[in-house]
Design a protein around this ligand. Structure first.
Ligand code: TXA
Ligand code: MG
Length: 311
């Protein structure tokens, strides 16, 4: 059962408490409804991908109530600080170098950067302040469907898969935030959205740099090198070769196991931590047990396949 919460103090307090317990809660922003989870809780983040049925672990946007709390999570300097000062709260997401603030590596898809946003809806910031932790939130729709701009849309797509939705009525902007990254040539438009590029260029006093070809981080293959451990990775292995360390799953044991009980949510939550842990042991390679090719298993296999790609 998915609770539908009113935006009175009781409803907001309930939504915050649920998020702090690791539950999934849909909540309104000025752009679209987000599917929120505690960004420091690997398991809660893994459940976002499961609820959305995403075949890949695309990196997620982290939501914060103000610039100061954003600065605690990522390095906010120079042009990034200028844009944040001009447009936050607002429909602008900035991709910034992560600080170690306990963020789940899963929500960054293993990247050294994190996407941050301070939404321009007082209700959303009130909720975020009460949660008092960074909140990961992709749009609250099943993968491949359009983004929801009303609580009913969230329930249409995700009822029964999430614990609650905070019903704040229709979203005023209705399209997702504009995403800006920072390359060697300065700020780049990674996704057009609710904040026009012209407004960004006005604040910067110069044009945005051209985004690199295929910069869309959710385009398969684009980020493959970032997911790769130093040691070569071999998939669908049931026993390690000489000098290899083993990442187990279910009945197949290993030096570490993604999930001894074969739970795909637990496996997703462990994936990046364990790849990293095995990679620092100076092994000849990392052998990975077979992972089922359904549900979250598909996203896990996708990431492992990138980690295993020749380079
Ligand atoms: O308006 C919005 O942005 C909504 C509301 C809920 O805030 N959220 C949203 O999230 O649209 P989502 O998951 O649908 O889009 C997240 C996108 C990813 O697909 C990716 O393009 C980009 O944000 N992204 C996230 N982290 C990134 C990173 N580290 N580097 C580059 N791009 C990143
Ligand atoms: Mg989306």
């Amino acid at each position: 059962m998915t609770e539908r919460l009113a935006t009175d103090p009781e409803g907001i307090a309930r939504a915050a408490a649920l998020l702090r317990q690791g539950a999934l809660v849909g909540f309104p922003t000025e752009t679209v409804y987000g599917l929120g989870a505690d960004a420091t809780d690997d398991r809660a983040v893994a459940r976002i991908y499961q609820a959305k049925g995403r075949p890949q672990f695309n990196p997620l946007i982290v939501h914060l109530p103000d610039i100061d709390s954003a600065g605690a999570v990522a390095r906010l300097e120079g042009d990034a600080l200028r844009l944040a000062g001009a447009f936050w709260p607002g429909p602008l997401t900035l991709v910034l170098p992560v600080r170690d603030a306990g963020l789940s590596p899963l929500l960054r898809a293993g990247l050294p950067t994190v996407a941050l946003r301070v939404p321009d809806l007082p209700l959303a910031r009130d909720l975020l302040r009460r949660v008092a932790r960074p909140v990961a939130a992709p749009s609250a729709n099943p993968s491949g469907r359009i983004s929801p701009t009303r609580a009913e849309h969230v329930l249409d797509g995700l009822a029964g898969r999430i614990e609650a939705v905070l019903d704040g009525g229709p979203c005023v902007v209705g399209v997702e935030s504009t995403i800006v990254g920072f390359g060697p040539e300065g700020p780049q438009l990674l996704r057009p959205g609710g904040l026009p590029a012209e407004a960004l260029e006005g604040a910067l006093g110069r044009p945005l740099a051209a985004a690199p070809q295929g910069a869309k981080p959710n385009a398969p293959g684009q980020l493959s090198s970032h997911y790769a451990p130093a040691a070569p990775v071999r998939l669908d292995v049931t026993a390690p070769g000489p000098g290899e360390v083993m990442l187990g799953f279910g009945p197949v044991p290993g030096d570490l196991s993604l999930s001894e009980s074969g739970d795909l949510v637990e496996a997703a939550a462990n994936l990046f931590h364990m790849l990293r842990a095995l990679d620092v042991r100076g092994a000849a390679g990392i052998a990975v047990a077979p992972i089922p090719d359904h549900g979250l298993g598909r996203a896990i296999r996708d990431r492992l396949a990138r980690a295993a790609a020749p380079r």
